[in-house]
Ligand binder design. Structure first.
Ligand SMILES: Nc1ncnc2c1ncn2[C@@H]1O[C@H](COP(=O)(O)OP(=O)(O)OP(=O)(O)O)[C@@H](O)[C@H]1O
Length: 289
């Protein structure tokens, strides 16, 4: 496993607001990450800091083992955010030409295919596009850049469900042929679950959870039953949240359950359901345990 990017002890405040708190994060090469967090959790600050757009107060950013200077962007890197609205009077094709000049691995054949796939007229001016279509221009740049490190900040904002699905499918297909490190920051949590291999959840500038999607699928459960039996079942397990539920208790746990746990649950009439990523997120935030 090689590390593409490592953030060490990263801290950034805006006046009294601590946006990133001693954040340690590592991104492996050739993995798709999902970055989740509530409004104000620090996602954009993290991405901007990695991109060199803002300087951290303290901490380090290393790309392939080499420390970046203050405000220095990583090499072979693409940051997709909502800046394309500033290209108002430029045509789509001109905007792609500017982007291509920054990305040595840019693939024009692929960029044209993507314009067709997302039904975008290359002669239109950016300001004539809907906001969803402007997001797609950024996403096309992210894909066609084939940058080894690609960060997307809310790439599906304003996209209808068909275009969201099409975008995620395209990311996966292209990643299969051209593996690279991709980070997708989004509020649409359950949509990211089939796409991301690993998840980071930020809350108040700190990392609340990081895990493989596969582990999350095998570890996130909601258990319900008589309070006494539920508490005894939960003993020694990581409990994210619990509440009284009628005469019993409902609890969200984060733990791999084995056959013995399942037998105990059956014998004691405890119901166990798997939690979706979105529900896990909600219980993590609500629980704060
Ligand atoms: N330029 C700024 N000046 C002052 N405070 C800021 C600035 N940018 C961000 N913040 C604050 O820093 C914190 C983190 O904001 P950030 O935009 O990184 O969160 P986010 O997770 O991207 O949120 P969202 O999902 O709403 O975009 C918030 O409390 C926010 O109000």
């Amino acid at each position: 496993m090689s590390i593409a990017l490592a953030c060490g002890n990263l801290t950034k405040s805006y006046g009294p607001t601590l946006a990133l708190r001693n954040l340690d994060l590592q991104f492996e090469e050739n993995v798709i990450y999902g970055l989740l967090g509530r409004n104000g959790a620090g996602k954009t600050t993290l991405l901007n800091t990695i991109a060199g757009g803002i300087a951290a107060d303290s901490g380090t950013i290393e790309v392939s083992g080499k420390k970046l200077g203050r405000g220095e962007p990583p090499k072979d890197f693409c940051y997709v955010r909502d800046q394309y609205r500033h290209f108002g009077s430029a045509r789509v094709m001109e905007t792609l030409q500017i982007a291509a000049s920054f990305h040595p691995r840019w693939d024009w054949t692929y960029a044209r295919e993507l314009l067709n796939l997302f039904l975008i007229d290359p002669d239109k001016k950016i300001r004539q596009l809907s906001s969803g279509t402007r997001s797609l221009i950024g996403n096309i740049i992210g894909l066609a850049s084939r940058a080894q490190l690609t960060l997307y900040d809310e790439p599906v904002l304003g996209l209808d469900v068909l275009m969201r699905e099409r975008f995620y499918k395209t990311v996966l297909e292209d990643y299969a042929n051209h593996p690279r490190t991709i980070l997708l920051s989004t509020h649409l949590i359950d949509e990211i679950a089939p796409v991301a291999e690993k998840i980071f959840i930020l809350e108040s500038g700190s990392l609340l959870l990081q895990d493989d999607m596969e582990q999350i699928r095998m570890s996130a459960y909601l258990v319900r039953g008589n309070s006494e039996t539920v508490f005894s079942f939960m003993a020694g397990k990581r409990v994210l949240y619990h509440e009284a539920y009628g005469r019993g208790t409902l609890a969200a746990i984060y733990e791999k359950l084995d056959e013995r746990d399942m037998r105990q649950a059956r014998e004691q009439n405890i119901s166990i359901e798997t939690l979706s990523l979105q529900k896990l997120f909600l219980y993590l935030i609500e629980g704060g345990l």
